[in-house]
Design a binder for this molecule. Sequence first.
Ligand SMILES: [Zn+2]
Length: 339
Amino acid sequence: MNERYSRQILFPGIGQEGQERLLASRVLLVGCGALGASHAEMLARAGVGKLRIVDRDFVEYTNLQRQTLFKESDAQDRVPKAAAAKQRIAEINSEIEVEAIVADVNNSNVESLIDNCDVVIDGSDNFQVRYLVNDACLKHDRPWIYGAAVSGYGTTMTVIPGESPCLRCIFEEMPDAGSSPTCDTAGVIMPIISSISAVQVAEALKLLTGQRGEMHHSLMQIDVWRNEWRKIKLAEPNQDCVACRKRKFEFLDAESQEFAAVLCGRNAVQVAPPRPVKLDLEELADRLCYTSAVNYNEYLVRFPIDVYEMTVFVDGRAIVKGTDDISVARSLYAKYIGT
Ligand SMILES: [Zn+2]
């Protein structure tokens, strides 16, 4: 062990004791896309003893430009990302244990997913999951590290229940569906993935080795294209916060969930946002036209995605044709509409 981790043990911030603590730790990675794959690789190389990786997608060719754990054969065989990550990590560090879970993170499983984990790292691609993770981690007193990246910019913040503001202290309401750019509509470059994931993993290493004094205690925003690095110092938790102060976990409550249902006999799934929105269909069509052949009128936008077809209505509802799998439909919705 000492040879493999010798350079990390030499680093005064980790040392022999820190290394032993890492080996005895368990981390949940929520999502194994670009950020998640990067978290997984760094934590595996650092010797974090147990990684639980949950992701609902399979590897696609469009991922290979930035999702470092995956290779062409994974895309060719459409291997689920969690499984492909487990396989690759076994080649990188066979001494650690990886639990690969191919699933959609939702309010029925999020609490059991964080169970026994020392830290939760966000590598998801949507706010629905982040608000859910925020609720579950507050309820079970688990630190979690928010991270998001799109285009050339990204944001990260660490939430320590009872000590620091939570996601809802900072962003009280979840952004409306369809209101934010996504990597599948606005694009993304790998340097921002590397930057945000690096800050997240450094925070995780500090947490796992018990060095909270070294953490950045801020909402950190990075734009690698415009050369802007900003740290907004975090104050105390918001006294009126619904989640961390009043302990009302609205996203764990089934009724606040995004609704998805199989449309019987139609090989289609309907996805609806958690609250009604009024989409600007022309703007949505504009955003999508770079990646797809889009049809739109004042009522709907329709476009093909691989073997599927999505039709989006002005109230934010979408029908995904070509599947009866709810997690496939939710994943496409998060990627192309954004939640
Ligand atoms: Zn809060």
